[in-house]
Design a protein around this ligand. Sequence first.
Ligand code: PLP
Length: 398
Amino acid sequence: MTLSNGRPYLAIPGPSVMPEAVLRAMHRGAPNIYEGELIDMMPALMGDLKRVARTEHHATIYISNGHGAWEAALANTIAPGDTVLVPATGRFGHGWAEIARTLGVQVDLLDFGKRAPVDVDRLEQALRADTGHKIKAVLATHVDTSSSVLNDIPAIRAAMDAAGHPALLMADCIASLACDRFEMDAWGVDVMVAASQKGLMVPPGLGFVFFNDKAAQARAGLARVSHYWDWTARANPDLFYQYFGGTAPTHHLYGLRAALDMIHGEGMPAIWARHDCLARAIWAACEVWGQGGPLELNVADPVHRSRAVTALRIGAPHGSDLRRWVQDKAGVTLGIGLGMAEPGDPAWHGFFRMGHMGHVNAHMVLGMLAAVQAGLTALDIPHGTGALQAATAVIAEA
Ligand SMILES: *Cc1c(COP(=O)(O)O)cnc(C)c1O
């Protein structure tokens, strides 16, 4: 017998659950790309996108995943031979650094491991030591999706200001946007990258780069930016195709329009509060399970935990066994552990992640937690008792 028939739930940190409204908006024939609705909706769409980023500056859309947005941000601001400083708190920090290296950029890496946030004192020291201002940008990851570490972007800004360093502050908000609170302008972020398939609830395929005038000046100072990655015309197009450097991602735009309507209908502060409450319910359950067994939250201090994704350690082979059980028996797909051990190493099976970003509500989170509870019991993995009570108490208090 299987109990997994019914609606499956992809509780992984992206791609996330797509709302019916997004799917319905995309289910249509090819639209006119010369005139009419699609062209007319662009100014409001770009404005509503900026409201999610909390910026009044510039926004661009690339037909790409998050890796493309990473490359776009660097291609417009950093020349080959320039230096960037990367404070890494998990796999995704290293990923952005790799993109920079392949563009011929020198990477100064500050590695804070897989469980801790950026130490802003060390960051400030590194910036103070750069008396010649060789570092052109700090590439910060707001939420590192592999470790589920949440970094304090205002504290990073403050460290840069305290060091009197003129580098650009870039933030990767691919996992966190529309989940964890983020304020591009108020927090002094110069460039921010995001993608469609996480908190924004749209299928993978759109990369977003937001930038301010300081970053635009960096672009103006570059000798050459490839036509496709150049953000200049995309941010300020004379013609519709220039938004995208070619044919528009027609159906994704309709999906994004529907998602933005949902986001602004709920309101950004309410979205942050929903993700906060659901995350606290998950942490409460995990803490109780951990009191009687090997399960452990990867990030010890709740202040440094993402509200979009939770990374867990449970020891091999329990992580893979549990993922298999909840998927096959209960129809819930959990995320693999990413970057915690090499694939092929038996230790790799000791990690997993819960995605709780975007179109997620209390019953989905409680159902996912209850499926994990059943899996722990069925697999005889030792665990504390009372996890579901702890989670429901958080929800009941909301
Ligand atoms: C998902 C993610 C990426 C990579 O995005 P892709 O769409 O897979 O290229 C980069 N950074 C963070 C923080 C992410 O969560």
